[in-house]
Design a protein. Structure first.
Lengths: 615, 344
């Protein structure tokens, strides 16, 4: 590392957005910068933003792929609202991302791509770098393509390989800007491209060229540094919500001593859970890619009957297809976890965008009285603990659980403190004992109301289950009217009693705050950021963020009753607020809803909450 | 949850071990009763512990079957028995998994699961009760109802072409297909035994009679007067001969089958096609499965029985391989794999 020509300014937090054409390697660029961020000791969260088309036409706005990282010296709860720095590899990526940058942000452009042809494809009528569109921004125009070619000239590469490395030039510039050590990235190349030393050399050369270019040409008046965040001692990694979900189930299988079975069908944005579990045959995981959503869940029910921790993973449209089978799991009182990675709906909707609009479906989307436990993960890393808890509740209460995550959590990533499996809670499924003379399929535990789980292959416990109504106790088919009423109430009560086994709802902030902000699921990060910020400004705001949806924590009613003003914020048209109104009609609720396939922004929430405080 | 399947010698079971205490509620005269008895006769003789059987069904008259067997069992939802049976088998490949289904359950609402289960060759046994009608919903046409047949939903007669289950099975790359009559207990027992021993998806079509909504659907094949000329009991290694006088036979002429009479036009028994149920090429099996009156007799018995790798075995092999070769041996190894960093 050479001495620098610029002054170093310390920042509390920064948001950087890397954007380019789908083929420009922006996801890799972003994730390498994330690695260096981890190394620098900052807390961070990331979010990839890519088109639903696999290979949209090159150079067009629909083909732009982005990667955003938010890092700081304090705890980071979201992948950030607006970017402080935008890297735009072509005009289309500038056009697609201008709405995501802060006023006065730094914009780094590949000037070689800002030519007539590129403007046409992006739909610019004139050159945005000269027509005043970028007034007020710090624009750094660098001939990235030309300098990349120059940097690898000595290696005699073909043009395609050469151009593939230009993202590393951009990365080199950003690494300089934030005073990062490029050795870490060089080590990554050495490992990743071990079989191809020429590619290692090319990437190293281009990265260094970008770094030195920024230094030598003094393109920045200042460079920046973000001090390490005060993270607890321990071992950390970066994790996406989908991988965290998969791992949570693997850990739950381990803690329960049961084999793990997944039956699933690929669907955006849930597919990575299936892929991740498929990659863990090394831990005896059985991941079955079924012919459709229905076979996914029904095979899981078969595996559950046979004694596995059984799960199925999907997104909204798939949850619709699974409805009837969820009813079968309710009736047979078998453990089963259904993961719904929510996306924009209805129908095919917005497959790559996030929404919280499947709550009502999760609560009520089945024929008959068919209650299930519902949990909603609150962050990418929390998907691990949510999958674990969903498994624990499902197994110990012999009841299906729907775990709601969403596209933002699934694809976003954040820092995850690696737990030790032995430190996770024990899971004790109510297995029936072989040859138990008193075994009856629907005899219940007096506390939990769960039935015993008798696994095929166990002597002395042969029994039948099915979708027809069961006689209380014996489990024989019964059409008796009073029995049906009793069984319906028992199934409901079994789920309600789960409230005795989940934590009470907590509040972030004061018990006598003027405004209680209520949210649930994947919006936790942004809600916490806003409420924390307003509290620091002395505003009387508190946050109740729900993770346990069905049943609600036992103290929910008492807690809501403490506040005069309640606002329920959701990425949907007001589903949780309807659920609260149904349960606690005595309170007055206001609501803030966004249905754009986009996450909340700190600023919009702050405006809304200030407005409510001033009322 | 490891199960042991013990040698035949040690396991002494009888029919009574599998009879459930539930009242059998099928209509008097329904073909299902005979099928139940045959299955009860087969299970004790397979050398499998009674707790290692799982009987799975979908919805329909036939799908009440699991309640009448004293085994582990699941009566699932309409059309999905194959998916449920798949989950059971994959979760514990040591279990003997039997799926009971009907023509509507299997080939209408459950058609997708049916063909994919066969394609994957999961080691389960499927008993398809084909009565060519919807019984439990009281008399609507099914995917196997003969074209032109009048039912409650086809008052002028159907104008759909029916499925032939054998064609579907072989078309989906199935390796075991047999056909039996519910009026032939011995035939059922023999075929069920073979199906049980076959590794991979075995499909037995049972031509079953619904006395209420489509009585005598298989009359031509089953009645004393007409059956000899309309059914052909096939056997591996034997020529395809049928008829009251045992003088009719099937020959392969060019690319199609043809009925001939032995002794006429110089045809001798040596001209008759000899059945090879183990032939890998499905061509002739398909032709035999397709034989239907009036041109041909219906073939009964094991039409195709070919050994092939099963999905469940491949999955277990793949797991065993990965467990041996992966650096990740524990869940903690996984959590700590890849890029990590430590805060001191």
């Amino acid at each position: 590392m050479t001495s620098k020509n610029s002054k170093v300014i310390e920042l509390e937090q920064v948001v950087i957005r890397f954007a380019g054409d789908s083929g420009d390697g922006m996801q890799l660029t972003g994730s390498l910068f994330s690695d260096s961020t981890a190394f620098a000791g900052n807390d961070f969260a990331t979010f990839p933003d890519y088109p639903s088309e696999i290979r949209a036409p090159q150079g067009t706005v629909s083909g732009v792929s982005g990667f955003q990282i938010h890092f700081g010296q304090k705890t980071v709860h979201t992948s950030g609202d607006l970017a402080d720095v935008l890297i735009a590899m072509n005009p289309a990526s500038l056009k697609a991302n201008m709405r995501w940058v802060k006023e006065g942000a730094t914009i780094i452009l590949d000037s070689d791509a800002f030519i007539e042809k590129g403007f046409d494809k992006a739909g610019y009528k004139s050159d945005p770098t000269t027509d005043g569109s970028l007034d007020g921004f710090k624009v750094i125009k660098s001939p990235i393509t030309a300098l990349t070619k120059e940097a690898v000239k000595h290696l005699d590469l073909d043009m395609k390989t050469t151009l593939k490395t230009k993202n590393m030039f951009a990365l080199g510039i950003v690494m300089y800007m934030f005073n990062r050590d490029i050795e870490l990235i060089n080590k990554y190349y050495e490992k990743k491209f071990k079989a191809n030393p020429l590619v290692v050399d090319a990437n190293k050369a281009v990265l260094a060229a970008g770094y030195n270019y920024a230094d030598t040409l003094e393109i920045f008046v200042n460079t920046y540094k973000v001090e390490p965040a005060p993270l607890e001692k321990g071992k950390y990694r970066n994790i996406t919500g989908n991988v965290a979900t998969a791992w949570g189930f693997i850990a739950a299988a381990e803690r329960s001593g049961l084999p793990l079975f997944l039956g699933s069908y690929p669907i955006t944005p849930a597919t990575e859970i299936l892929q991740e579990l498929t990659n863990h045959k090394n831990l005896s995981i059985k991941a079955f890619q079924a012919e459709d959503e229905i076979a996914g869940i029904v095979s899981a029910i078969g595996a559950s009957y046979t004694g596995s921790l059984a799960i199925t993973t999907t997104s909204g449209p798939g949850l619709s297809l699974k409805s009837e089978a969820i009813g079968l799991a309710v009736m047979t009182e078998l453990p089963l976890v259904i993961v719904d990675v929510q996306r924009g709906g209805p129908s095919t909707g917005l497959p790559t965008k996030s929404e919280q609009s499947d709550l009502m479906q999760a609560l009520f989307g089945r024929n008959g009285e068919a209650p299930v436990i519902i949990l909603a993960a609150k962050s990418s890393a929390d998907c691990f603990y949510s999958a674990f808890e969903a498994s624990k509740l499902s197994l110990e209460h012999m009841t299906p659980v729907i775990l709601l995550t969403d596209g933002s959590l699934a694809n976003g990533s954040e820092v995850f403190k690696i737990p030790r499996v032995a430190d996770l809670p024990a899971i004790i499924p109510p297995l029936a004992e072989a040859n138990d003379p008193n075994y009856k399929p629907y005899r219940r535990d007096p506390e939990r109301l769960s039935r015993k789980w008798a696994i095929p292959g166990t002597p002395g416990l042969r029994h039948r289950v099915g979708g027809l109504e069961k006689e209380d106790g014996s489990g024989n088919v019964s059409h008796d009217p009073l029995n049906h009423q009793r069984m319906t109430l028992l199934r409901e009560e079994k789920v309600q009693r789960v409230a005795n086994y989940i934590p009470e709802q907590t509040i972030f902030g004061s018990e006598d705050a003027e405004l209680l902000v209520v949210s649930w699921g994947g919006t936790y990060g942004v809600m916490l950021t806003v409420v924390e910020k307003m509290q620091e400004q002395g505003k009387s705001v508190a946050l109740a963020h729900f993770k346990h949806i069905m049943p609600l924590p036992k103290n929910t009613e008492e807690l809501l009753g403490r506040y005069k003003k309640i606002v329920v914020c959701e990425i949907n048209n007001g589903q949780f607020v309807k659920y609260l109104k149904m349960n606690f009609p005595q309170f007055k609720y206001q609501q803030y809803n966004k249905i754009q396939g986009l996450p909340f922004m700190v600023a919009e929430l702050e405006t809304k909450f200030n407005e409510l405080l001033n009322q | 949850m490891e199960n042991q399947i013990i040698d035949t010698e040690i396991i002494q079971l009888t029919k009574e071990d599998f009879s459930s205490d539930q009242m059998v509620k099928w209509c008097p005269g329904c073909g299902d009763h005979a099928i139940l008895h045959s299955v009860e006769n087969v299970f004790p003789n397979l050398g499998i512990r009674k707790e290692d059987f799982v009987v799975v069904s979908g919805i329909g008259c036939s799908s009440r079957f699991p309640y009448y067997m004293n085994t582990y069992g699941v009566h699932s939802i309409h059309g999905r028995a194959a998916a449920l049976a798949t989950g059971v088998k994959l979760a514990n490949p040591k279990l003997s998994v039997w799926m009971i289904t009907g023509d509507g359950d299997c080939m209408a609402i459950g058609g997708n699961h049916f063909i994919h289960t066969i394609r994957r060759n999961i080691d389960i046994n499927i008993l398809l009760f084909n009565n060519k009608i919807y019984g439990l919903t009281k008399g609507q046409y099914s995917p196997t109802t003969p074209k032109g047949h009048k039912t409650k939903t086809s008052p002028q007669g159907t104008y759909e072409r029916p499925f032939n289950p054998g064609e579907l099975v072989i078309g989906a790359q199935g390796n075991f297909f047999a056909r039996v009559l519910d009026t032939n207990p011995k035939g059922m027992t023999a075929v069920f035994m073979e199906a049980a021993k076959h590794k991979g998806t075995s499909l037995v079509e049972i031509m079953q009679n619904c006395v209420i909504f489509f009585n005598k659907a298989h009359e031509l094949i089953t009645s004393r007067e007409t059956r000899d000329d309309n059914q052909l009991q096939i056997e591996h290694g034997k020529p395809l001969i049928f008829g009251k006088e045992k003088n009719k036979g099937i020959v392969l002429k060019g690319t199609r089958l043809e009925v001939v009479t032995i002794g006429e036009d110089g045809v001798t028994e040596s001209d008759i096609l000899v059945h090879d149920q183990y032939e890998k090429d499905p061509g002739v099996h398909m032709m035999i499965a397709r034989m239907m009156p009036p041109e041909f007799p219906v073939a009964l018995g094991v039409i195709r029985s070919v050994a092939a790798e099963t999905f469940d075995q491949s999955m277990m092999d793949s797991i065993a391989y990965e467990k041996e070769h992966s650096n990740i041996k524990t869940v903690d190894d996984m959590l700590n794999s890849g890029g990590t960093w430590t805060i001191e």
